[in-house]
Design a protein around this ligand. Structure first.
Ligand code: ISE
Length: 336
């Protein structure tokens, strides 16, 4: 039931992720309601707005950001649209939840970091939802408590069953590996300093412009090595695993064990998750509630613009490492 004092949110972009957030804000999250829906497809915006009591469609995203009945903004438009939309939100000092990537290029992401710094506030939260997943939270606490000793290696597996035919190696580094760039920083609490990329032959079903699977290797400030297997046309399931190897212990998450297993018809087992919505649904909900609660106080509660910038810088090094076949150092500007 919407309340008079609810945070009034504009959702920009209601494709798969934006529509999921719109549904969460309407049915699962407390303290917020959607006042404005925007999408580059007017039909799509109408379709989503029809299911949201009190929401209206605004065709121009900048008009939506400037509307009197908007206190905060969820940006789930395609990455290339983010920079201008974020700058407009910063102009109005509106709290934002921005789906990754913060912006496509590290230089424009850094522009957002410095522009936000000029407001003296933390207004932009980036949608790195894995930071709200209970398994990642526990793994981070375990590392921070010293329970594994000193982390030496982190092995990440990131598999999607399918990917659009238009996917390229570059787009998958920016779109998928960006999560491991953030997860490595989140778990280890340090920056990534260099990236290398290795690949062999690709799966037959992989789109032509995509090396799949692909192995990224990140090096961190303290000398930890992070491997990231990306296999986004696996044809199997959505699998995201992370194993941390320390000098006093090893821990692994992402085994899909938090579910019913059954024995029937000569088989034993559980279900694999088909996509990121099923695997990270709970994390998305926690992420959104944390953001709503913080946005109501004019702030954020989660990864910020700096994290979005750092991940973009790692991905840019990854793209360059893939193209050149060399180890590439991550170029990062100073934190303002
Ligand atoms: C997608 O954009 C996501 O963000 C998912 O979390 C990721 O697993 C997938 O590979 C991306 O394409």
């Amino acid at each position: 039931m919407p309340q008079a004092r609810d945070l009034r949110v504009a959702v920009l972009g209601v494709g798969m992720m934006g529509a999921y957030h719109a549904s969460s804000l309407t049915t699962r999250t407390k303290g917020a309601r959607i006042s404005v829906v925007n999408d580059f497809s007017a039909d799509r915006a109408q379709e989503v707005a029809r299911g949201i009591p009190g929401a209206r469609v605004v065709a121009d995203p900048f008009e939506a950001i400037g509307a009197d009945d908007v206190d905060a903004v969820v940006i789930a438009t395609p990455g290339p649209a983010h920079e201008k939309q974020l700058l407009a939100c910063l102009e109005r000092e509106l709290p934002v939840l921005c789906e990754k990537p913060l912006t496509v290029e590290p230089s424009t992401a850094y522009g957002i970091v410095t522009r936000q710094a000029a407001t003296g506030k933390e207004l932009i939260q980036v949608g790195f939802m894995r930071r709200f997943d209970q398994e990642y939270v526990q793994l981070r606490e375990l590392i921070a408590s010293g329970g594994l000793g000193s982390p030496l290696m982190v092995h990440c597996t990131h598999r999607n069953p399918t990917v659009p035919d238009t996917a390229t190696t570059e787009s998958v580094i920016n779109d998928s590996a960006v999560h491991e760039a953030d997860v490595a920083r989140f778990l280890l609490g340090e920056e990534i300093t260099a990236v290398s990329v290795v690949h062999g032959r690709s799966a037959r079903r992989a789109p032509k412009a995509l090396a799949d699977p692909l192995l990224l290797v990140f090096e961190t400030e303290s000398g930890c090595v992070v491997t990231d297997e990306l296999f986004v046309s696996s044809g199997i399931a959505y699998e995201v695993r992370t194993e941390v190897v320390g000098d006093r212990g090893i821990a692994m998450i992402g085994l899909d064990q938090n579910m019913v297993t059954r024995t029937q018809d000569g088989r034993w087992g559980g279900q694999s998750t088909p996509s990121f919505v099923e695997r990270f649904g709970a994390a998305y909900n926690v992420e959104l509630q944390c953001w709503v609660d913080a946005a109501a106080k004019g702030s954020i509660d989660g990864p910020g613009a700096w994290d979005g910038y750092a991940a973009a810088a790692v991905c840019a090094a990854g793209v360059s490492a893939f193209r050149t076949g060399s180890r590439v150092e991550v170029a990062m500007e100073p934190r303002p």
